[in-house]
Design a protein around this ligand. Structure first.
Ligand SMILES: Cc1cc2nc3c(=O)[nH]c(=O)nc-3n(C[C@H](O)[C@H](O)[C@H](O)COP(=O)(O)O)c2cc1C
Length: 354
C-alpha cells in the first residue's frame, strides 16, 4: 500500500517524504539513498570543502562545479526523481550564477532533464529562480517544479504571489536557518493551510516519525521534509561524530543563534554560545555591514571544521527533533518504517469515526 498525495503525484515519487536540503554540507549520497528508497532526495547548496577556503572564496563558480558533480553522480546511481536547493539570500554570492547555470546544465543532459524534478529555493527571495531566463526555458521543456521555503506566513504569501508550484513550511523547531518570528511548525502549518487550503505544501521542521507524518497529512500537507532525521542515517555524508550527537540528545539541547542568513538552530556547544541570537533583520544587517572578509572566512571555517568532525568549535546545525531520534539507521529502513507507521495511525484514527 502507498500513501498518495498531491505532492507524490506532482513529483512522481512513491512516498510523501523529502530530504530537506542541508548545505553547506554535501548530501549527494543521501540524495541517492532517499530517492532510491522512494522518497525525494535533494542535493544541497554545498561548499567545496575539498579546497582551501580562500580558493573557494575567490572562485565564484566553486559551488556551481560542486553541484554539477553531485548531479552527475546522482543520475549515475539512481533512475529515480530528485531535486536541488539554491539559497537565494542577498549574502549568498553564488546564488545568481547557480540560478542561471544549473537550469542550462539540466537542460543539456537528458537524464537530468527527466529526473531532476524539484528545485527548492530558500533563505532569500522566492522570485530569484523564476526570474532566471534559463529556468523559464527549463520549465517549458521539463516537468521541474519550483518550491520555496517559507518560515513565516508573510513569506508564504510572497511565495504564492511569485507563482511557485509549492511551499515548504518550516517552523521554529527545525534545524538550521529560521525566521525571526519563531512560530512553531504546528501553528504555521495551520495558518498557511487555512489561508491556502489547496496549495501544495510540504511540512518541515520537527518531523522524524510515522506519527508526525500522519499528523502533517491530516493537517493538509502533501509530504514532510526531514533534515535531522536523515543526518542520523547510515548513508548521510555527515561526520560520524556529528551523527553520534543525535541519538542521546534531548529536544532541549538546541538553541537559536545567529548564522550567516539570520537566526539558525544549532546544537548547544561553545560555538552556539558565542553566537547569540539577533532579534531583527535590521540588527543582522548592521552586523553584516561591519563584517570583514577575514571574519567571513573565519565563519566559513566553523562549517568546514564541523565537516571534519570538530563538533566543539563548529556550527552543529540540528533541530529539536533530535529529542525523538534514537538511532542511526539505513535510509530505506527509516522510510519504510515511517510510512508503515503513518499508515497504521491514519487507519486507526479513521476507525474512531463512528
Ligand atoms: C545541517 C543542516 C543544514 C541545513 N542547511 C540548509 C540549507 O542549506 N538550505 C535550506 O534551505 N535549509 C537548510 N537547513 C534546514 C533544513 O532544510 C530543514 O528545514 C530542517 O532540517 C528541518 O528541521 P529538522 O531538522 O527537524 O528536520 C539545514 C538544516 C540542517 C540540520
Amino acid at each position: 500500500m502507498v500513501i498518495e498525495t498531491n505532492i507524490t503525484k506532482m513529483l512522481g515519487i512513491k512516498h510523501p517524504i523529502i530530504a530537506a536540503p542541508m548545505g553547506p554540507f554535501y548530501t549527494t549520497e543521501l540524495t541517492i539513498a532517499v530517492s532510491e528508497a522512494g522518497g525525494l532526495g535533494v542535493i544541497s547548496h554545498a561548499s567545496d570543502f575539498d579546497r582551501p577556503e580562500k580558493e573557494t572564496w575567490t572562485d565564484r563558480e566553486a559551488t556551481l562545479k560542486a553541484m554539477k558533480r553531485s548531479m552527475e553522480r546522482v543520475v549515475e546511481h539512481t533512475d529515480k526523481p530528485f531535486g536541488f536547493n539554491i539559497r537565494t539570500s542577498r549574502v549568498q554570492r553564488d546564488a545568481a550564477i547557480l540560478c542561471k547555470e544549473i537550469p542550462k546544465f539540466i537542460m543539456n543532459n537528458p537524464k537530468l532533464k527527466e529526473q531532476c524534478i524539484y528545485a527548492v529555493t530558500s533563505a532569500g527571495s522566492s522570485k530569484t529562480l523564476p526570474q532566471s531566463k534559463s529556468f523559464q526555458k527549463l520549465r517549458e521543456v521539463s516537468n521541474i517544479k519550483h518550491f520555496h521555503v517559507a518560515p513565516a506566513l508573510w513569506l508564504a504569501d510572497k511565495c504564492v504571489a511569485s507563482n511557485v508550484d509549492g511551499i515548504v513550511i518550516t517552523g521554529t523547531e527545525g534545524g538550521g536557518h529560521q525566521s525571526y518570528e519563531e512560530v512553531s511548525t504546528l501553528v504555521l502549518l495551520q495558518q498557511v493551510l487555512e489561508k491556502y487550503p489547496d496549495f501544495p505544501i510540504v511540512a518541515c521542521g520537527g518531523f522524524a516519525t510515522g506519527r508526525s507524518l500522519a499528523a502533517a497529512l491530516s493537517l493538509g500537507a502533501g509530504a514532510v521534509a526531514m533534515g535531522s532525521r536523515f543526518i542520523a542515517s547510515k548513508e548521510s555524508e555527515f561526520h560520524e561524530t556529528y551523527k553520534k550527537i543525535v541519538p542521546p540528545a534531548r529536544a532541549q539541547d538546541t538553541v537559536l543563534a545567529t548564522g550567516a542568513f539570520g537566526p539558525i538552530r544549532l546544537w548547544k556547544n561553545p560555538y552556539a554560545a558565542s553566537h547569540p541570537k539577533v532579534g531583527s533583520k535590521e540588527e543582522k544587517m548592521a552586523m553584516e555591514n561591519k563584517t570583514t572578509i577575514e571574519e567571513f572566512l573565519k565563519e566559513a571555517r566553523a562549517y568546514r571544521v564541523i565537516y571534519e568532525g570538530d563538533t566543539e568549535n563548529g556550527a552543529v546545525l540540528l533541530g529539536q527533533s533530535i529529542g525523538i531520534i534514537k538511532s542511526i539507521e539505513k535510509v530505506s529502513d527509516l522510510i519504510s518504517s515511517i510510512v508503515n507507521d503513518a499508515e497504521k495511525r491514519i487507519k486507526s484514527v479513521n476507525s474512531n469515526i463512528k
